[in-house]
Design a protein around this ligand. Structure first.
Ligand SMILES: O=C(O)Cc1cc(O)ccc1O
Ligand SMILES: [Fe+2]
Length: 458
């Protein structure tokens, strides 16, 4: 069954298509006809443009949306910095001048991160690793989230980058300026830079992973010889339809939180920010069901590169080299003959941060890579199947095998060396000290030197 069976139904409607030019009206006639900024937009709305690329970006890259709203976003009081002690995304330099990111070649693995029922989405964000710098629009951030409370009359946006959200536990009901999206485990969503939203938790506590792309936007990977369909198909990406709150006669005090260079600022406004009655453009939030992924693999021999499992890619200026690839390892048939079927041992010029939404991952059967946990194999840090997985895969009968039923691992792969935050390395208290010792040090030598044993070569 390709499409995920979710326990909670999705109550919302969507517009289908990746990077499509969409338009949506919550009130018929709210979009101006044949122009963007008439002297008087319909129904007394304000026109506001949200750009996702430079005005002069080439047409094929250009992203923008026109929003028709009750009041423009600029109608708010000054932003005030929130105290750094109240949130977990800051990368400010310490007073002793040390950057809080730690760059270390060790393979790292984390036990499952805790749920935290006491905080809302904003305060449940934890920066675990990062590379580059949002101020120069380069690099990425990797965050974990754990929350148990609904956001109140608040909205958050990130000026730093696009959030690719990967839920591991619980349901996110996300009210965005563009409309509403529900995201459940085995689905993902992308909230682009600048888009305001708030998160409610209809099924209780939530936990998951986020890749924030400081540079460019997530795109579908090239398909090359695969052809015109396959992997994540365009029509399976879903954008919200316009929906708005009208607080006329009962204006609500709201707070808008800005994530700005990984620090949080808040500003008051005396009206709802969720007042967009209609929009048109190609810059919008969207969701995708990972169960719709059309998985492709070897039907002859050898284990292909994991790039065949790329759902979305955030490309650098060098084609084929990603700031962040989002890669999944879905349930699939393994049929390769005379092949060591799990991943090969390797050292990668890219860094690999992995998470597990559910089930097991075939390269690690020693039990240490668990749902809600994570691993990081940084640039050139050697890794591969653990000793148990190696032993099993090198002696197993190579019949066609359906692997990973009910499981979903994923990887954020980046050309950058990623540093681990103070929280990720120490305060979270989840780092497994014995990862290496348990996984690879037990690997046995199998080499039989023919020269020593007098075995004829060839
Ligand atoms: O290291 C990992 O587990 C991720 C991975 C999977 C794979 O099938 C090939 C290469 C690779 O890095
Ligand atoms: Fe790897």
């Amino acid at each position: 069954m390709p499409i995920t069976q979710f326990s909670i139904p999705d109550p919302y409607s969507y517009l289908n298509g990746f990077n499509s030019y969409h338009e949506s009206e919550a009130v018929k006639g709210a979009l101006p006809t044949a122009q963007n900024s008439p002297q008087k937009p319909p129904y007394g709305l304000y026109a506001e443009k949200l750009s996702g690329t430079a005005f002069t970006a080439p047409r094929h890259e250009n992203k923008q949306t026109w929003l028709y709203r009750i009041l423009p976003s600029a109608a708010h009081a000054n932003y005030q910095a929130l105290s750094e002690d109240t949130y977990h995304t800051s990368l400010n330099f310490k007073s002793d001048g040390q950057n809080k990111l730690h760059y270390i070649p060790n393979q790292l693995r984390w036990n499952p991160f805790d749920l935290d029922e006491k905080v809302d989405w904003v305060h449940g964000l934890h920066l675990v690793a990062a590379a580059g710098n949002p101020t120069t629009k380069s690099g990425l951030g990797i965050l974990l989230y754990a929350a148990g409370k609904d956001m109140g009359n608040e909205a958050i946006y990130s000026a730093d980058g696009d959030f690719l959200i990967v839920p591991q536990h619980g349901v996110l009901d996300i009210q965005t300026e563009f409309g509403k999206i529900i995201v459940r485990p085995n689905e993902i969503c992308v909230i682009p830079r600048g888009v305001k939203y708030r998160v409610k938790l209809p099924s209780g506590p939530v936990r998951g992973y986020i890749c924030e792309l400081y540079q460019g936007h997530f795109e579908l990977p090239e398909l090359g010889p695969i052809g015109s369909n396959g992997l994540a198909n365009s029509r399976d990406f879903q954008a919200p339809v316009a929906a708005f709150d009208d607080d006329e006669g009962n204006p609500t005090d709201y707070t808008v939180i800005s994530k700005f260079n990984n620090n949080l600022f808040s500003a008051k406004l005396n009206h709802t920010p969720f007042d967009v009655v209609a929009w048109h453009g190609n810059y919008y939030p969207f969701k995708y069901d990972l169960g719709r992924f059309n998985t492709i693999g070897s039907i002859s021999y050898d284990h292909p590169d994991p790039s065949i499992f790329t759902v979305l890619t955030g490309q650098s200026d060098h084609p084929g080299t990603a700031i962040a690839d989002f890669v999944i390892f879905p349930p699939r048939w393994l049929v390769a003959e005379n092949t060591f079927r799990p991943p090969w041992y390797h050292r990668n010029v890219m860094s690999e941060f992995m998470g597990l939404i559910a089930g097991d991952y075939d390269a690690k059967i020693g039990g240490g890579f668990r749902p809600a946990g994570a691993s990081l194999h940084n640039i050139m840090s050697a890794h591969g199947p653990d000793a148990n997985a190696h032993e099993k895969a090198s002696s197993v009968d190579l019949r066609p095998q359906k692997m990973g039923e009910g499981s979903m691992a994923f990887m954020f792969e980046s050309t950058f060396m990623v540093g681990v935050s103070e929280w990720g390395l120490k305060s979270c208290e989840k780092v497994q000290e014995d990862y290496n010792a348990e996984s690879w040090e037990p690997l046995k030598r199998h080499f039989v030197n023919p020269e020593k044993k007098g075995i004829p070569s060839g």
